[in-house]
Design a protein around this ligand. Structure first.
Ligand code: ATP
Ligand code: MG
Length: 647
């Protein structure tokens, strides 16, 4: 039930809606419960014979003045137990009479109306004329029934609106909360997640909860009220038949417990495989160019067939479970009606039950079994809502990024220092080992080293995407963990190895909604305005631009941010000589008056650096200016000559 409380916690802010909706639902339940009873009254009072002759007037006459009159008794006003008692004592005769309004021959006076025996009634030429009062009564109850029907319709309509509002309002909140939380989560957590799964959480799981609010939560209350109401009414009408009918319920409860068990298993399976399918689809589409280029469609198809097949089987399993439950409940309700017709029929013959009562009972039995039948459907919805809310809460309970200790520096000079830094992404697989680096304000430091040596990692640490395990990183002498995270990041501009562009236009990609301005000016400033069409639409992940163009856009993004410190992870992508030259020139402009750490591949960048750091699998092996390192004839010299010979 903890899950249930969690689910409710989302709607608590909208208690008002919930309460209104419950009131509406209770009213509607009362209306619906009263309708079969109206049918019973109509039949008993106005359609079927109503008066039975008594052999003797029993002493209870004073107690039930409405039922007894002279030697006649009104069936529908005679309580059931009394009827049985009368029958046992032999007071009841089988003679039945109608009440009519006009005087006719062979009739007897009763309650200021004339009553006529059934036999004589059948002999009349135009009997309907004599039943004007009955027709009036039928019209009255018919009208009442119609009014109740319309009122119930209006109540239901309101309820749907209120519940939809409630559901939508709360999932709006959940969705916002989830997304806001997602944005705060540390990269170390997010990297371990399957994107498809996270997307599912924000989109589908939230929907499952909505479904629960709109189609289960309140209707469960209604079902409960209706079931209790029906059983009480049935008991009041006829204890014996009701008890016999209710004896079916335990079997149905056992069946539904079994159903719940198997449905849960089958459902879990379906959901798990569905998740797999989503993840696979997601990955296939993202990697479609590789699949096509390497003609790997068959391989992907085989993998897909397997998942698809599993999903098919899982759904079949689910249908088997559902397929047996629904007919079982229908069978139960049919058996109940059979019992009713048998027992009730006999009782009617014995005058212990009215025909109207029988009709009402049939109605009530159907109303009683409907909620039980729907239970399967509702159980399904509840199940997915429970699981969804569990997952959502799990995600919400995930700790957000450490926002630092809140120190904000008045003026940042741009002095960076790594002191004895040890860092590993996982366990103790050190990516940086006892790493030391100092970048003085305004200096341009280049980092070179083989692939996988930890260069990009240095950037990740500076921006606190990850935190060091040992040692410390200082900005202007303050440990970056003590600085306010937002403040820290605002000091840097990052140009990443893989440029990431959002779909939309260039302007939004440059400013990221933080400020307005004219992108053209920045492009002009770097003399690159002719390299691309600034009004072109940016596709998802920027595929509508070449990698050189994407790099320029990311330069402009960094430039527009006007940071103190620039972190540049140069892409190794080969661009033509001319573009290389243009990029180089714009880079120089970008670097003017800034502290910068550059992971460098371009010779010209390296040569002009104030300091070059050579990283070799997590360790700094050489450090110095270009000439110094060349003269040293060490690893840098080796790298340099290699590149020089080839390039
Ligand atoms: N998110 C991560 N989780 C686990 N290991 C990682 C992660 N990112 C990088 N690594 C590992 O850390 C090491 C250093 O990676 P890094 O990206 O810093 O290399 P690099 O020097 O930038 O290489 P390149 O020149 O190819 O860009 C590599 O061995 C890599 O496999
Ligand atoms: Mg890298």
């Amino acid at each position: 039930m903890g899950e249930f409380r969690k689910l409710l916690s989302f709607v608590l802010p909208y208690k008002k809606f919930l309460i209104i909706s419950i009131i509406v639902v209770l009213l509607s339940a009362i209306l619906e419960l009263s309708m079969p009873y109206i049918v019973k009254l109509t039949i008993d009072r106005y359609i079927t014979p109503q008066v039975i002759k008594l052999n003797k007037i029993p002493e209870w006459k004073d107690k039930y003045p409405n039922a007894f009159y002279d030697n006649y008794v009104l069936i529908y006003e005679l309580p059931n137990h009394l009827r049985i008692e009368l029958e046992k004592l032999g007071y009841l005769s089988n003679e039945r009479y109608f009440i009519i309004s006009d005087s006719i021959e062979n009739s007897i006076k009763f309650k200021n109306k004339f009553i006529i025996s059934v036999e004589n009634y059948k002999k009349l030429k135009n009997p309907i004329n004599l039943r004007k009062d009955d027709i009036k009564g039928i019209l009255f109850f018919g009208g009442l029934y119609l009014i109740l029907l319309i009122t119930d319709f209006i109540l239901n309509y309101f309820q749907i609106i209120i519940l939809t509002l409630l559901g939508q309002k709360s999932i709006y909140e959940i969705r916002t909360k989830l997304f806001e939380h997602l944005l705060k989560l540390p990269i170390s957590f997010l990297q371990k997640q399957k994107v498809g799964r996270l997307v599912t959480r924000v989109a589908n799981d939230v929907d499952a909860i909505n479904e629960f609010y709109t189609s289960v939560l309140v209707s469960l209350i209604k079902d409960f009220v209706i079931i209790i109401g029906i059983i009480s009414i049935m008991l009041l009408m006829n204890v014996k038949i009701t008890l016999i009918i209710l004896s079916i319920i335990p079997f149905l409860l056992i069946a539904s417990a079994l159903f719940r068990y198997f449905a849960r298993k089958a459902y879990d399976n379906v959901r798990r495989i569905l998740g797999e399918l989503n993840a696979f689809l997601n990955e296939s589409i993202v990697g479609i160019s590789i699949i096509q280029a390497f003609n790997a469609q068959n391989y992907m198809k085989i993998k897909f067939f397997k998942i698809n097949d599993d999903l098919f089987k899982a759904f079949l399993n689910l249908i088997y479970v559902f397929g047996i439950f629904m007919p079982l409940v229908s069978l139960g309700s049919s058996i109940a009606i059979a019992i009713l017709i048998y027992n009730g029929g006999i009782d009617i013959l014995k005058q212990g039950f009215t025909f109207g009562g029988l009709v009402a009972f049939i109605n009530y039995i159907e109303m009683l079994f409907n909620p039980i039948r729907d239970l399967a459907e509702k159980y399904n919805t509840m199940q997915s809502a429970f699981i969804a809310s569990k997952r959502i809460f799990l995600l919400l309970s995930e700790k957000g990024e450490d926002r630092g200790k809140g120190i904000i520096l008045k003026e940042v000079k741009g002095h960076i220092e790594f002191r004895n830094v040890y860092f590993a992404y996982e366990n103790e697989n050190w990516v940086l080992k006892n790493f030391n680096l100092e970048v003085k304000p305004g200096q341009k430091v280049a980092i070179v080293g083989p692939t996988g040596s930890g260069k990009t990692t240095i950037m990740n640490l500076l921006l606190r995407f990850w935190d060091v395990q040992k040692g410390e990183i200082l900005l202007d002498g303050v440990n970056i963990k003590d600085l306010d995270l937002k403040f820290l990041r605002s000091q840097f501009s990052l140009v990443l190895q893989d440029v990431f562009l959002f779909s939309g236009n260039i302007e939004d990609n440059v400013f990221l909604y933080r400020k307005n301005g004219k992108v053209e000016n920045y492009f002009k400033y770097l003399n690159v305005e002719n390299l691309m069409d600034l009004n072109k639409f940016v596709n998802e992940r920027g595929t509508s631009f070449s990698s050189g163009q994407r790099q320029i856009i990311s330069f402009i993004r960094a430039l527009a941010n006007n940071p103190k410190i620039l972190l540049l992870d140069e892409a190794t992508s080969n661009v033509d000589q001319e573009t290389e030259y243009i990029i180089q020139k714009s880079l120089e402009k970008l670097l003017e008056n800034r502290t910068a750490i550059i992971i460098a591949h371009r010779l010209s960048t390296i040569k002009s650096a104030d300091k070059i750091v050579v990283l070799y699998y997590g360790e700094k092996i050489e450090e110095g200016k270009h000439e110094e390192l060349i003269n040293k004839k060490g690893f840098y010299y080796h790298l340099y000559t290699l590149q020089f010979e080839n390039g």
